[in-house]
Design a protein around this ligand. Sequence first.
Ligand code: MRU
Length: 366
Amino acid sequence: MKVDGKHFRSIWRERDGWSVGAIDQRRLPHEFVIARLTSCEDAAVAIRDMLVRGAPLIGATAAYGMALAMREDSSDAGLKRAYDALVVARPTAINLKWALHEMRTALAPIDPVERAEAAYARADEIVEQDVEINRGIAGNGLELIEAIAAKKPGEVVNVLTHCNAGWLATVDWGTATAPIYLAHERGIKVHVWVDETRPRNQGASLTAWELGHHGVPHTVIPDNTGGHLMQHGMVDLAIVGTDRVAANGDVCNKIGTYLKALAAHDNGVPFYVALPSPTIDFAVHDGIRDIPIEQRSGVEVTDMTGRTADGRLETVRIVPEGSPVANYAFDVTPARLVTGLITERGVLKPDRAALAAAFPERIATA
Ligand code: MRU
């Protein structure tokens, strides 16, 4: 998507053909900084420290991490070491495991001398596939927005989203934002309520930044505002992303998603989840019980960083010294609160039968 008129993806192969460029998302919206990843270790740290984040981008970064590892050591032991180092970088987004599984399946059977080239080729495919999938999500989600627009001619369609499931969280287009970008391009009047998404503020820092650069009307709201807006008819639909969808349709996403789904249910607001098929985990049958929820450092809760009026970045503490904090990064929304799953193969009911019918090939690899 565009940044100051120039097309960017969130991750790419650099001109040298082997190192990997990525936007350092920790610095947005204050600074646009490009990082260069030159080793498997760089890729693992980028995922762990959230220089890159968002489930599909975590997967894409891991794929390139494997390719970088194969330059260093393409032996069987090197392959295993790279897999083991990357797979633990973050626990919740299943795209990480999916991408590493894809890479290992492609590389294990071939001669180690051919592995580095094959690894880059497979990683490139994973990256291109992500863009294609998101185009599919865009088209399928657009139909939902068009249906609402048709019911209120000339009026704005208000979409609420949580966290950042935009192009920064994928390779391009985003998942939750893909239908929004397409609707905007097609001339449909859309406006997005952007949850700030404490504690890391991916909504305020990243989604607002993206939408602003693309000219999509939006308003950043404190996380607790959605229920009020829904009660007053100010939200037509919610679209969020996800880090893992269980076989039963339960949806794991950024902490606070569940509360939005409850509010949407109580107010009859359609609540959609946009996802690429690599986010489905057929090995997990009960999302609430079995999806591992990442707990991150308490510093993310106690401290906030922002830009001062004179342009300096400053971090301040907002919690009293000594008060314990908890930082659960994700929660699980039960399938019964989800209106539909927007996938590249259509809008599905959030249940096992619908997911299995649409993506039978994913069951075999679970
Ligand atoms: O902790 P993050 O920023 O990686 O969490 C991101 C999300 O929760 C996104 O909604 C999810 O990964 C979907 S991205 C298309």
